[in-house]
Design a protein around this ligand. Sequence first.
Ligand SMILES: *Cc1c(COP(=O)(O)O)cnc(C)c1O
Length: 392
Amino acid sequence: MKIETKMVHSGDRRKAGDYVPVTTPIYTASSYFYDSMDQLDRVFGREEKGQSYSRYDNPTTNALEDLVTELEGGHGAVACASGMSALHLALLAALLDRPRRVVAANALYGATTNLLMNILGPLGIETTFVDVCDLTAVEAAVGEAKAGVLLMETVSNPLLRVGAMDKIAEIAKRAGAPLVVDNTFATPLLVRPLELGASIVVHSATKYLAGHGDVLGGVIVAGESHFDTIKILSRTVGPTMSPFESYLTMRGIKTLALRVERQCANACKVASWLASHPKVDRVYFTGDPAHPDADTISRLFPKSLYGAMVAFELKGAGREGVFRFMERLQMIVRATSLGDVHTMMLYPAMSSHRDLAPKQRERLGIRDNLVRVSIGIEAAEDIIADLDQAMG
Ligand SMILES: *Cc1c(COP(=O)(O)O)cnc(C)c1O
């Protein structure tokens, strides 16, 4: 079955007694009972699949987990209350029986960097940051740090660089370290990290998977070697997704292919319009043939689906100029987050990269005139018209 078909059907239509619901209902019960104590005993002992307590399993959340497992080609999944709780659990599981050292991409989601530096760091887990677009540097860092785990994002934020995940997975394998990939920006429609050699995939379901700006959630998908550990940790610590959010995420995924295809097509149009605008300095877009990682992108991404994030620099603008430009937007939503049906714009220097010193931002290439747009499913003409009138 093609992935677009799985998005519509997988996980659904589990038998619930004598009937089969067409789509998975929201099961709010926190616990479950059986006529036979022997059966409950087997469920508690995980000898038989089934429900006992919602921190362990929940039918609605299990359906979502089965769906995302199918989409990413994994062995199993755990849905979490947020993308960050999913990342935390994934790193904990990967490091449980490994040296407590992480080699991570130097351009990560802000809260992920925070997790590594300010939470895992004080617990004795050291992180070495490396440019994942430089394979020689990755190889050296993995060797020097004697890495216990590697962590990268499929597409970096906000400059949209793409590391050679397949080759990084080989480096990880040679070092015996699992590769954890945050695949939030790409979605399984574009890239499936487990097929490229990663051990664990993490999503912020808040973004493209749920896709409508009404869910906070995360999902971890793992291959056979890590799933049991993740599940055991999740049962104990309980960062699980609530059944209502699981339902909304599942409902969102049914249209994921349609949404992302439209978003990617819109992004191509917006990026090429921006590139020829006299008030725009530079455009960052994964579909740009002159992208510094164009070879990797054409190897790993499907044809014409390059992602729907676009970043650009406003010519001659400082913080004030960017503020006035963003205030003039009439349709595009000025808000954090991404991947929703509506187009959204964010100012990295003020939000995701606020805590960095200006010099450090400069070193990462994040200038004060850079804005990031998550392209929605509206008519491309209307997105362009709003940008155009806001440029003044
Ligand atoms: C949003 C995001 C996260 C965090 O997810 P939450 O659902 O906000 O906890 C992690 N990684 C990336 C790439 C994100 O965009």
